[in-house]
Design a protein around this ligand. Structure first.
Ligand code: 4AD
Ligand code: MG
Length: 465
């Protein structure tokens, strides 16, 4: 990296090598000053803070500084000095400026501070240059790295599950089709249905909704695996917590039961909160100050509390006895909505909650069936502000029980023969879960809308950029 010769702002702000010649490159946040002296705030994205470049106007013409406007990109050679100004410890005495790219003040959209989130979504190609999105994107990176580190350090293997699949893991029926057939003139079978045997893969295929089923195949050989990849859901949910394209982390563990699964989920989430506090404090402090002054306290609250564990049935009793007016009424057998989940977490327990043993009819076919015949060993981890952040379960490892459930739910056995084979050959108790990466980033950044924690969100009627 020596050959680059560029000094990153994050390194310079920590440096005490005063008097040293440095070279910084970045985007101008502001330039202000008078006939004698100008101050340029320069940001290169390596850290939330900009570095101040001081320009002695005795050495520069007004003309030379004219293109140095908000949004322009410049390189500055100068001397690192101790700062006399407030709010920074070092600054650069500028000696030479090279302008890489100008940004017309009439048309550059990021002129002033305090743009709305809605406006920034319309300029998602430029919003990484704001303090807010810089902070979010750096935290997002740190969390992705921490996730790989956690699993690597705990002996898990990263398994790459396919993105194009012929199966529907969740049975949600809301998938994006992958096809190269001519939509205007597709080949038809005798019964008038589209003949997918003539399509690229010789069958119907979709973008995956989850890597879990293939993850289970990996766990039945390597014991501990995880996937971390993009997943796609074509549900028309226009909420602050749903994306059509999102990233999911799915560990899958042989020889784990549901309690082991809960222990892992809790330890994993606490590790991630601690990692953020240890490595992202500059960005967290900014977000805490600007958006949500309970953010850092909430991260600590997750680390410090044992998650409350109770069954779905117990939760429904609490909700029904709460005297709350719900938008969606609760009774045993209904799926819980985020208003119910947040009541349990924020009002009733005041800490994260893990619900288990859900009615089988609101959960996927693969969950381990309980002896009562009506519940399954599923688990959801519920977080403050978010509601469901993790969904998972112990898996049904018994071949007959799984085949019975598949028939009940009208899933053709020929579509999942390979999945059933793991129950036929050397089956084992196992469990796993899925953490929605953007729900995690929502929680860690305190942002209010999931569209603001992924660089280029995909939602109904929106696939710009
Ligand atoms: O609860 P879900 O649907 O579970 C699964 O997909 C399982 N196959 C996971 C497993 O056991 N391996 O989704 C898991 C998590 C949710 O808890 C939520 O955090 C996130 O994925 N999620 C979404 N995030 C953003 N946008 C959406 N549309 C999401 N749907 C689910
Ligand atoms: Mg779920």
């Amino acid at each position: 990296m020596e050959h680059l010769r560029r000094n990153k702002v994050c390194d310079l702000l920590k440096s005490t090598e005063f008097g040293k010649e440095v070279l910084v490159k970045g985007w101008v946040r502001t330039r202000r000053g008078n006939k004698n002296v100008n101050f340029i705030a320069l940001n290169d994205g390596s850290i939330i803070h900009s570095i101040q470049v001081v320009i002695d106007m005795a050495n520069f013409s007004e003309e030379a500084l004219k293109p140095v406007t908000t949004g322009s990109c410049i390189a500055v050679k100068g001397i690192l000095v101790e700062s006399k100004g407030q709010g920074q410890t070092v600054e650069i005495q500028g000696k030479e400026i090279e302008v890489y790219g100008t940004a017309d003040p009439e048309t550059y959209p990021l002129q002033k501070k305090g743009h709305t989130m809605e406006f920034l979504r319309e300029i998602a190609h430029l919003r990484p240059r704001t303090n807010t999105f810089g902070a979010v994107l750096r935290i997002r990176h740190a969390m992705a790295y921490a996730i790989h580190k956690y699993y690597n350090d705990n002996g898990f293997f990263y398994l790459h599950t396919p993105i194009i699949t012929g199966s529907d893991a969740e049975g949600a029926g809301a998938m994006f089709r992958v096809s190269i057939l001519d939509p205007k003139n597709p080949p038809l079978k005798e019964d008038g249905q589209i003949d997918y045997s003539q399509d690229f893969f010789g069958k119907e295929t979709n973008l995956t909704v989850s890597g879990q089923l293939e993850g289970e195949l990996g766990a039945m050989a390597l014991s501990l695996v995880y996937t971390f990849g993009p997943t796609f859901r074509a549900e028309n949910s226009n909420t602050p917590r749903h994306l059509a394209e999102f990233w999911m982390i799915e560990p899958e563990m042989a020889f784990y039961d549901i309690t082991d699964n809960m222990d892992l989920a809790e330890d994993f989430l606490k590790y991630l909160m601690q990692y953020a506090l240890d490595h992202c404090m500059d960005d967290l402090e900014f977000l805490n100050k600007m958006y949500d002054n309970e953010l850092i306290a909430r991260l600590r609250q997750v680390i410090e509390n044992k998650f409350e564990r109770l069954t779905y049935t117990e939760a429904v009793e609490i909700l029904m006895a709460s005297g709350q007016k719900w938008e969606y009424p609760v009774s045993w057998g209904t799926d819980l909505q985020s208003e119910h989940e947040r009541y349990l977490v924020e009002k009733h327990f005041g800490k994260p909650v893990i619900l288990t043993d859900y009615p089988k009819d609101i959960k996927a076919f693969y969950m381990k069936q309980n002896a009562d015949g009506r519940t399954v060993r599923g688990m959801d981890v519920l977080f403050p502000k978010i509601g469901e952040i993790i969904g998972g379960s112990q898996r049904e490892e018994n071949l007959e029980a799984l085949q019975r459930r598949i028939r009940e739910m009208n899933i053709p056995e020929k579509d999942v023969w390979w999945y059933l084979d793991t129950r036929k050959f050397g089956t084992a108790p196992h469990a796993g879960f899925g953490l929605g990466f953007e729900r995690l980033i929502l929680f860690v950044t305190g942002m209010a809308n999931i569209r603001d924690v992924i660089p280029f969100p995909r939602t109904p009627k929106n696939a710009e950029f």
